[in-house]
Design a protein around this ligand. Structure first.
Ligand code: NAP
Length: 290
C-alpha cells in the first residue's frame, strides 16, 4: 500500500487565499491588518522563517512590520520593542521569533505581548484559554495539523493519537486539540523519558512526530494504515528532512505529510489566519487588561 500524500502546500495556499480575501474585505471597511515580527540576533534559520512570514503577509495584502534587534540587545530593549508594537494600532498581530539568543528570557518576553495581538498563540493567556476550550489564537503549527486532518477527512473520534514530543510549541497544544470534545481522539503524549516508545508508536492510528531527530521513525515502526504527521524540520547534507523516514513510511502509512511541503507551509498560513482574526476582534481593550 502506498499512502495518500497530505499536501500541506496546497491546503496552505487555500488558507492563504481565504485570508487574502478577508484582508481585502476588511480594507474596504477601513480596517488594516498588520503582522509584526520581532527577530533578535542573526540565527540563519530564524532569519529564513521571519522572511517567509513577511513574504506571506505581504502576499495576503497585510501590512508587514519587521523589527530586527542585534544579538547584543538586552532583555529590556526586546521588551520595549514589544510594548511599542502592543501600542501600535496598525499592528493586529505579532510574533517574537524564538529561540532568543543566549542570555535573554524568551518566556518572559512572550508574556509582554498583548494577548489580543498574540498571533502565535503562545502567550500563557492563549494557552490557558485553549486548555479551557475557550476561543483564543491557537498555536500555528498544531492548528495547521488540525486543518490538514480536517481537510483530508481523517477520522479522529475514538482513534488513538500518539504525539512524540511535548513542547509548548507543538506537542502540548496539539494534545489539547486532538483530545477536545468533538474531536475525541484518545491522546498519548510521549517524550524522551517514555518507556517503550516503540510500542506507543506502533499502536497509533494518528502519529505525530515533533522531536527534531532526522528519520527517527521509519516504516517498520508504524501501524499499517496510520496517518503520519511529520513536524520535524532538520537541516542535513541532503537538504531538509523530517523526523520520519518518508521513503519507508509512505509504503506502510494510510496518509502521510512530506517534508518539506507538509506541516511547514500550514504553520505560516495559520499564523496569517490568526492575525486576520485578531484584527477583527472588538474586545481588544478588555483582553489587553489581563
Ligand atoms: P523541542 O522544544 O526541542 O522539543 C522536542 C521534544 O521532543 C521534547 O519534548 C523532547 O522530549 C522530545 N524528544 C527529543 N528526543 C526524543 C526522543 N529520542 N524520543 C522521544 N522524544 C524525544 O522541539 P520543537 O520546538 O517542538 O520542535 C520539534 C521539531 O519540529 C523540530 O525539528 C522543529 O524544527 C520542528 N518544528 C516544525 C514546525 C513546522 O512548522 N513544521 C514548527 C515547529 C517546530 P523531552 O521533553 O523529554 O526533552
Amino acid at each position: 500500500m502506498t499512502a495518500r500524500i497530505i499536501d500541506g502546500k496546497q491546503v496552505a495556499a487555500e488558507v492563504r487565499a481565504e485570508v487574502a480575501r478577508e484582508v481585502k474585505a476588511l480594507a474596504e471597511d477601513g480596517t488594516t491588518v498588520g503582522l509584526a515580527t520581532v527577530l533578535v540576533g542573526a540565527d540563519p534559520g530564524s532569519r529564513v522563517y521571519v522572511a517567509s512570514k513577511h513574504r506571506a503577509a505581504v502576499a495576503a495584502g497585510m501590512l508587514s512590520v519587521d523589527r530586527h534587534l542585534p544579538e547584543t540587545a538586552t532583555q529590556q530593549e526586546v521588551e520595549s520593542v514589544i510594548r511599542e508594537l502592543n501600542a501600535d494600532p496598525g499592528v493586529s498581530g505579532m510574533i517574537l521569533q524564538l529561540p532568543l539568543p543566549d542570555g535573554l528570557d524568551g518566556d518572559a518576553a512572550v508574556e509582554i505581548i498583548d494577548p489580543a495581538k498574540d498571533a502565535d498563540g503562545l502567550h500563557p493567556f492563549s494557552l490557558g484559554r485553549l486548555l479551557l476550550s475557550r476561543p483564543a489564537p491557537v498555536a500555528a503549527t498544531p492548528q495547521g495539523i488540525m486543518r490538514l486532518l480536517d481537510h483530508y477527512d481523517i477520522e479522529t473520534p475514538g482513534k488513538k493519537a500518539v504525539i512524540v514530543g511535548r513542547s509548548f510549541l507543538v506537542g502540548r497544544p496539539l494534545a489539547m486539540l486532538l483530545g477536545a470534545k468533538g474531536v475525541d481522539a484518545t491522546v498519548v503524549m510521549t517524550h524522551s523519558r517514555t518507556v517503550d516508545l516503540a510500542a506507543e508508536i506502533a499502536s497509533a492510528d494518528i502519529l505525530v512526530v515533533a522531536i527534531g531527530r532526522p528519520g527517527f521513525v521509519d516504516g517498520t515502526m508504524i501501524k499499517p494504515g496510520a496517518t503520519v504527521i511529520d513536524v520535524g524540520i532538520n537541516r542535513t547534507d541532503d537538504g531538509i528532512v523530517g523526523d520520519v523516514d518518508f521513503e519507508s513510511a509512505v509504503e506502510v502509512a494510510g496518509a502521510i505529510t512530506p517534508v518539506p511541503g507538509g506541516v511547514g507551509p500550514m504553520t505560516v498560513a495559520c499564523l496569517l489566519a490568526n492575525t486576520v482574526r485578531l484584527a477583527t476582534q472588538t474586545d481588544r481593550q478588555g483582553r489587553s487588561g489581563h
